[in-house]
Structures are given as structure tokens and as C-alpha cells.
Design a protein around this ligand. Sequence first.
Ligand SMILES: NC(=O)c1ccc[n+]([C@@H]2O[C@H](COP(=O)([O-])OP(=O)(O)OC[C@H]3O[C@@H](n4cnc5c(N)ncnc54)[C@H](OP(=O)(O)O)[C@@H]3O)[C@@H](O)[C@H]2O)c1
Length: 259
Amino acid sequence: MSTPSSPVMLVTGATSGIGWALARAATAEGYQVVGCGRDQARLMALEREVALALTLDVTDDQSVRLGVDTVRDRFGRVDVVVHNAGIGFFADPAETGPAEVARVMETNLLGAVRLNHALLPELLQHGTGTICVVASVAGRRGYPKHTAYCASKHALIGWARALQKDLRGTGLSVVTVCPPAVDTPFFENAGYTTFAEDHAGMRLMSAEVAAAGILAAIERRSPMSLLGRRAQALFALDRAAPQALDRIQQLRDRLLRRG
Ligand SMILES: NC(=O)c1ccc[n+]([C@@H]2O[C@H](COP(=O)([O-])OP(=O)(O)OC[C@H]3O[C@@H](n4cnc5c(N)ncnc54)[C@H](OP(=O)(O)O)[C@@H]3O)[C@@H](O)[C@H]2O)c1
């Protein structure tokens, strides 16, 4: 149960999937959660779950400024900001030109940069707090049909790593979390209708498990977390023998395609 002195957590992309589950889990842990998004019907439903449901489009300077002003007026501070809003685009490279990459970057990278830039002066003034970035395993490795999405998440991780260095000694922590594939409307929203077919047999993490992992990373102030034992094993193998891992994945994909 939160009180007016409970820490304030702002979560972008809280109208669906991982952000929705995180907003609920953090509220249950006693945070005053500001859940953000654009979808008005989902924001009305979110209003019943969190301290404040806020219209905030991370691609729009004015929307971000208004959102930050509203939070300042209502709570006076932000203790944790979770840059979670994100979109996907999954297609062959021939269908992924600069316009497609720019659109994904605008939300996944510049959305976080824009909101962070608007909040940073007061975070610094407050002298304590956590900036959490929801990246992806696709920010650490390349995947087929993922050029735009992988570019955005690699860039987001690079931004977060450099930000962490810049903020040393300020009392602010930067926490990056990389979920594996999670069972949310994300791929469907991105128009990737053959995701299940292309990844037959793959077990998806639930949004609630991903949210619990993000919350734990925030509470530990862990600089980089890979969620899920399978992803952790995969990345250990990737570090030790990247080409062997590529060969195993190609073989697996061929076997799955043959059915
Ligand atoms: N699902 C996965 O397999 C997976 C795996 C690894 C990482 N991730 C990352 O996890 C994050 C959440 O994904 P999800 O799976 O929960 O997807 P989702 O269910 O599609 O949710 C995406 C959220 O982002 C919000 N959003 C999109 N564009 C926005 C914008 N311009 N301004 C503000 N909010 C915006 C959406 O809200 P509105 O439509 O209301 O604006 C929605 O709440 C993303 O960053 C994604 O890249 C997902």
C-alpha cells in the first residue's frame, strides 16, 4: 500500500504487456506508479491500477513536457523512471529502409532520450534515483528480420552504458534490463503475424515474470540484467563460442522449418 511519501515510479508503455504488468507489480510493492501511454481506453483501465495514468507520447516533445509538468505538480519528484515504451518492426533487409529504421529509433531510442532529458535536471537535483531502460536480448545479438529493432536496442544499450558513466557520483543509477521473447501483443502490434510460426516450440516468458525481473533489477540497482535462465545460458555461450551458437541456431531454424 503506497502513501504520499512512497517512492514515485514513472513507467512508459504501461498500457500493455510488460509495462502494464510492471505498473501493477510496483504498485503492489508500495510504489506510487505513474503509468504512461497513448491509448485512451487502456489508460482508463490503467487508472484503476495505479496512482496516476498519464497520456504521454514519447515521440512528441510537447506531450513529454506536459507529462513531466503534471508529475511534478502532483508528486513533486520522480524516484524511478522506467523507459519501457517500445515498438517493433520485423522484415527482410530489402523491406527495411531508412524510414523504417528511423520510425523504430524515434520511439525506442529517442523516446527514452527525450523523456530522460526532460526529467534529468530534477533527478540530479533530487540527488538519488534510478533510470531503468527496458532493452532486449536483441540489443546484445543480431536476429533475422530484426535489423531495425536490433539497431534500436543496441543503440539504447549504448546510450544507457554511457549515461551510467556520466552519472557516476550523482546518486543516480542506470539499470538496463534485457528480456527474452515475452508473451505480449508486441509482435502482433508490429504486424509480425508469422512470429509464432517462425519460432515454433519457443517458450515465451510471461509479462508478469518479466516485470518481476525488472523490479528486482531496479531494487538491486543492477547495471545490466538478462532475464531468464535460457537467455543467460545463450549469452554465456555467445561470449564463449559465438560461431558455434550461430550454427546451432541455424540448424534449429532449419529443423523447425521442415516441421
Ligand atoms: N515482448 C517481447 O518479446 C519483448 C522482448 C524484449 C523486450 N521487449 C521490450 O519491452 C518493452 C515493452 O514491450 P511489450 O512486449 O510490453 O509490448 P506491447 O505490449 O506492445 O506494449 C508496448 C507499450 O509501448 C507503448 N508505446 C508504443 N509507442 C509509444 C509512444 N510513441 N509513446 C508512448 N508509449 C508508446 C504502448 O502504449 P500505447 O499504444 O498506449 O502508446 C504500450 O503500452 C518494449 O520496449 C519492447 O521493445 C519486448
